[in-house]
Design a protein around this ligand. Structure first.
Ligand SMILES: Cc1cc2nc3c(=O)[nH]c(=O)nc-3n(C[C@H](O)[C@H](O)[C@H](O)COP(=O)(O)O)c2cc1C
Length: 376
């Protein structure tokens, strides 16, 4: 059996956090199912206002959307929270406030350093958990938070094998020193220095044995994305789940140029229709959503690289919205996955997956060589 995990007095039966997956992959059906199985269910706040406006046919703003989705994620009991990306600056504060007011057990925040998170609203019983990719980043956050009278309740250390945006430049991904095993000890040292809070590891963790391995190395828990992506309860479209099941090792690549307008490398299935288009540089500069905005010379959040040029970036908002079944202008989907997506061979329920990860049931795996290409 795996040991339990405590974060800010919140007892978590099984030390598995289901990673936030935006846009629209980890919503309340997935998070509440994981919470009910003793793990931590995490909804994603990314573009949630638009998704809920469509779901309920009624206008939601970012605060209302975070509030509503967290409330639903918690409604079946267990531990549930929300992932709020720093990169979505426009909605950041409103999402944090909505989540805290709804009683989220935790806010997990990365894709940038969440330097002001403790000051946005009094966190009350909500644990604040930054995502970092190095000891240095954690040290910077701890120092900054100390001045706000707060210390992280836990931190997620995400290595270069993860899905979504990566906290590593392209040439750093394969470096020995950036293997999760090697990143962990200095990160643990920083955590000890600031009060010994739990460190959760993420990126490439796939089996019960992997979880045990990292717990033995000193991690307090794990965060997993890709395995939950292809569950029945995940809100990815059927086409997305099917593409994950069919993926072979050579189909999983890191998109950098063209890449995400955030400027961070982004792991994708190379046959994702939007990525194919972007590679062929056929796509017009068409971002009309504007969630991933950067500051202009006057400090206003107005700039998006994918609006300005289609040379180096693709419109991640439209691509990911399409992967969540929301494509009013018929945009093509963009499928992000972790490095181990090629090992996923079928769609299973959260209960079945959690039983396997807890070590209650042994896995059935097929090798990627048995898979046929999905797209030609
Ligand atoms: C489909 C997908 C979407 C993701 N979206 C986000 C996100 O919106 N915010 C975030 O911080 N991490 C995101 N991630 C990263 C996961 O939360 C998780 O930390 C990571 O995938 C762990 O690696 P694994 O997929 O190998 O288990 C995403 C990952 C995937 C696969």
């Amino acid at each position: 059996m795996l040991p339990s995990l405590v974060i800010k007095d919140i007892k978590i039966e099984t030390p598995i956090i289901q990673g936030g997956m935006g846009v629209g992959v980890s919503l309340y059906p997935l998070a509440s199912a994981v919470a009910a199985e003793g793990g931590v269910g995490i909804v994603s706040s990314a573009v949630l206002d638009r998704l809920l406006t469509k779901r309920y046919n009624k206008k939601f703003n970012a605060y209302e959307a975070a509030y509503a989705e967290v409330s639903l994620a918690k409604s079946k009991g267990g531990v549930a929270g929300i992932n709020i990306m720093v990169a979505i600056m426009r909605d950041y504060e409103a999402s944090v406030k909505g989540a805290i007011d709804a009683g989220a057990d935790m806010i997990i925040s990365g894709a940038g350093l969440p330097l002001s998170l403790p000051s946005i609203a009094k966190p009350k019983d909500t644990a604040l958990v930054p995502i970092i990719s190095s000891a240095r980043a954690l040290e910077i956050i701890c120092r900054k938070w100390e001045r706000q009278g707060y210390r992280p309740d836990a931190a997620v250390l995400e290595g270069p094998l993860a899905g979504g945006h990566l906290g590593f430049q392209l040439d750093q991904i394969d470096r020995e020193e950036n293997r999760l095993e090697n990143l962990l000890p200095p990160v643990k040292d920083v955590a000890k220095k600031y009060g010994d809070f739990p460190i959760i590891v993420a990126g490439g963790i796939y089996t019960h044995e992997d979880i045990k391995y990292f717990l033995e190395l000193g991690a307090d828990g794990v965060q997993m994305g890709t395995r939950f992506l292809a569950t029945v309860e995940s809100s990815a479209t059927d086409e997305y789940k099917k593409a994950v099941v069919m993926a072979r090792k050579e189909d999983i690549v890191v998109a950098d140029n063209p890449g995400s307008p955030c400027g961070l490398p982004f792991r994708v299935l190379k046959y994702s229709p939007m990525y194919v288009e972007a590679l062929a540089r056929k796509r017009p500069p068409k971002c009309n959503k504007g969630y991933v905005l950067m500051k202009d010379s006057e400090g206003r959040l107005t700039r998006c690289q994918a609006r300005e040029s289609n040379e180096s970036s693709f419109c991640i908002c439209n691509g990911l919205l399409s992967s969540a079944g929301y494509n009013p202008d018929k945009e093509n989907p963009l499928y992000t996955v972790g490095t181990n997506a090629y090992r996923v061979d079928r769609i299973m329920s959260v209960k079945e997956l959690m039983d396997e990860l807890k070590g209650i049931k042994s896995p059935q795996e097929v090798t990627s060589t048995e898979k046929q290409p999905l797209f030609t």
